[in-house]
Design a protein around this ligand. Structure first.
Ligand code: SAH
Length: 215
């Protein structure tokens, strides 16, 4: 009964927050209506999980607003079977969305408590194929490189060089970049035939990317 209600809430979220703002990628929309977002936030905040804003996930970190998760996922132009490296596992919500889109997901988190909590959560939800690592994600995860797609879900001063090195050719990376903390622009890096190009999309506000190639 509860499950049915939540699915309805998710479908409303998809219609009112995503489709109405131009999210059209079918795999993204399907994933957003499938993943139980309320199970990725603290119990006291579950009733707010489908609202149009980010929420705290403990340890001074946040889970992004649904629209931003969908937008970044759509920018990836990913196809089923591709590999994706996510930096900033956090609650595991974005990783679950990418897995539901049919991608092989690798995700790195630097905070031990979040890494441990999220490993348990994803296990309970049976996302067994998502691979998690506790480390400074600005160094990437070289053992499994190259990645068809890389998504950074924390904001840094520049795109970390190791991530560009670990991107496949062709490949695409998306990351919030900004000179001031909590205020960034989404930067999309494309690698194609040995060339690396960048473009900027809209403004966003992510928590800090902290590490050797971050803050
Ligand atoms: N994608 C997450 C939300 C990310 S919040 C979700 O869906 O819930 C940003 C996360 O990036 C935080 O958990 C923070 O601890 C992590 N982070 C910050 N710097 C990092 C780094 N250098 N390597 C890995 N994770 C990092």
């Amino acid at each position: 009964m509860v499950q049915v209600d939540k699915r309805r809430v998710r479908e409303r979220m998809v219609r009112d927050q995503l489709k109405s703002r131009g999210i059209t990628d079918k795999a993204v929309l399907r994933a957003m209506s499938t993943v139980p977002r309320h199970l990725f936030v603290q119990e006291a905040l579950q009733s707010q999980a489908y609202e149009d804003n980010p929420l705290p996930i403990g340890h001074a970190q946040t889970i992004s607003q649904p629209y931003i998760v969908a937008l970044m996922s759509q920018y990836l132009q990913a196809e089923e079977g591709m590999t994706v490296l996510e930096i900033g596992t956090g609650s595991g919500y974005q990783a679950a969305i990418l897995a539901e889109m049919g991608l092989q997901v690798y995700s790195v988190e630097r905070l031990r408590e979040l890494h441990v909590e999220t490993r348990q959560r994803l296990g309970k939800l049976k996302y067994f194929r998502i691979r998690l690592k506790l480390d400074d994600g600005t160094l990437g995860w070289p053992e499994n490189a190259p990645y068809d797609r890389i998504m950074v879900t924390a904001g840094g001063p520049k795109v970390p060089e190791p991530l560009i090195d670990q991107l496949a050719d062709p490949g695409m990376l998306i990351m919030p970049v900004g000179g001031s903390k909590r205020r960034q622009e989404l930067v999309i890096v494309e690698k194609s035939e040995g060339q690396v190009s960048r473009r900027r999309e809209g403004g966003v506000a992510f928590v800090d990317l902290v590490g050797e190639h971050g803050w």
